[in-house]
Design a protein around this ligand. Structure first.
Ligand code: DQA
Length: 151
């Protein structure tokens, strides 16, 4: 007999903020806004909860730790949202780690990296991402979560 009980499966999403993003609130507000990282992560968790996503937010300034978290996501996450900060522009180690994942990768940048210095126009992870959101401030993370909630 069919058991009609209902249950919800929450997709676990890792939100991995990289180098210098712990300095939000003290970095140039014209590029990065005025929210601190804890304030930003609070918003991300709220948006995730509304969308029925289990959000795990982390930040590190250590590239190896960031790579380890991506490895962990292999077995523990249904999707990852990455803002690798400056690593975006040159870290093949992070790119190689992301390449292991069979789950959706969303790349988010608070600032519009296309309209800034030349070196920021290169993203070594972009072609691995199902979606890239730049220049929308904190709302970029909301857009990423909304995209994932529709997958
Ligand atoms: C950033 C853009 C990067 O170029 C920069 O190095 C950062 C933050 C962003 O969110 O706009 O640290 O990823």
């Amino acid at each position: 007999m069919y058991c009609g009980s209902t249950y919800t499966l929450h997709m676990r999403v890792y939100v991995l903020n990289g180098v210098n993003l712990d300095m939000l609130g003290r970095r140039d507000p014209a590029q990065y806004g005025s929210l601190t990282l804890p304030e930003l992560e609070g918003k991300i968790r709220e948006w995730g909860a509304v969308l029925g996503l289990e959000v795990d937010c982390r930040q590190t300034n250590a590239e190896g730790e960031y790579v380890d978290w991506i490895h962990e996501a292999l077995d523990s996450a249904g999707a990852v949202i990455v803002n690798p900060g400056a690593w975006t522009h040159y870290s093949y180690a992070i790119r190689d780690a992301l390449e292991l994942l069979q789950i959706p990768i969303i790349e988010v940048h608070l600032s519009n990296i296309e309209l800034r210095e030349e070196f920021r126009r290169v993203s070594v992870v972009r072609d691995l991402a199902a979606l890239t959101v730049t220049g929308k401030g904190p709302d970029g993370y909301r857009e990423a979560l909304e995209f994932l909630s529709k997958q």
